[in-house]
Design a protein around this ligand. Sequence first.
Ligand code: SAM
Length: 255
Amino acid sequence: MTPIALDAARVAGWRATWDTMMTGFVPGLSAFERVLTTAAEALRCGPPARVLDLGGGPGLLAERMAARWPDAAVTLVDLDPVLLELARAGLPGEIGVIGADLTSTVWPARTGGGHDLITAVMAVHYLTPAAIRALYAAARDALAPGGVLVVADVMPDDGVPALMRVLDPGPGEAAAELAWAQWWGELAAVPQFQDLMTARAELFRDRPPAGFTADLGWHAAAARDAGFREAGALWRDGRHAALAALAGGMPCSRS
Ligand SMILES: C[S@@+](CC[C@H](N)C(=O)[O-])C[C@H]1O[C@@H](n2cnc3c(N)ncnc32)[C@H](O)[C@@H]1O
């Protein structure tokens, strides 16, 4: 699709509101990002050189990782044509933005291999369990030896009954859902987005509802089944947690 003309200030505003909205869904988001960057540097013995953000939306995390690691090649993958447009319009040109479906084999082919860090933040709950397993296997293949996959999402504590997970989404989540509806409503009213909104509706029409949640133990087991050497908790805040999974092969070494 040809890029549309968007006012830079409005793009910045929509992306900033998205960031606030995501913090509504994940109140510990900034703490998570601090843990993520510290862990990535420790595990790779320095700044990662190649970074991939899966389901990166309008690219706030990609932008922050690129700012922290200016020499890294940072690439974002997403499916949503509206969010991709905001990423392309709002991100510095050196950050790669790739439109691809995480349930296809297109994204590994288009992003190459040898990544030191692959992230997926609030993205895997859009996928089915089988698609998450396939994603973990593809991510393992796309990592450099000793590279790390970090997946942050709703991963309720082990042992919490499934029904309670649904009934108790957390106090801030209703407000975040409202902010989400308002944000999308505002974009839908912008004439330049009409075609992209139509394309988005087509893309998501036949997909399963974004609601798969499993505990961290499930994700860790799925990562190990996919061939990761080690997998476990990196961070937790309430119902939200992050899995870190280490690819096999030679880890980095300090010289
Ligand atoms: C809640 S948003 C999170 C976006 C971003 N990671 C963040 O934290 O701001 C979920 C993202 O996953 C993307 N997504 C969902 N299913 C996808 C798929 N099959 N392939 C690629 N991206 C997908 C959505 O388009 C959306 O950008």
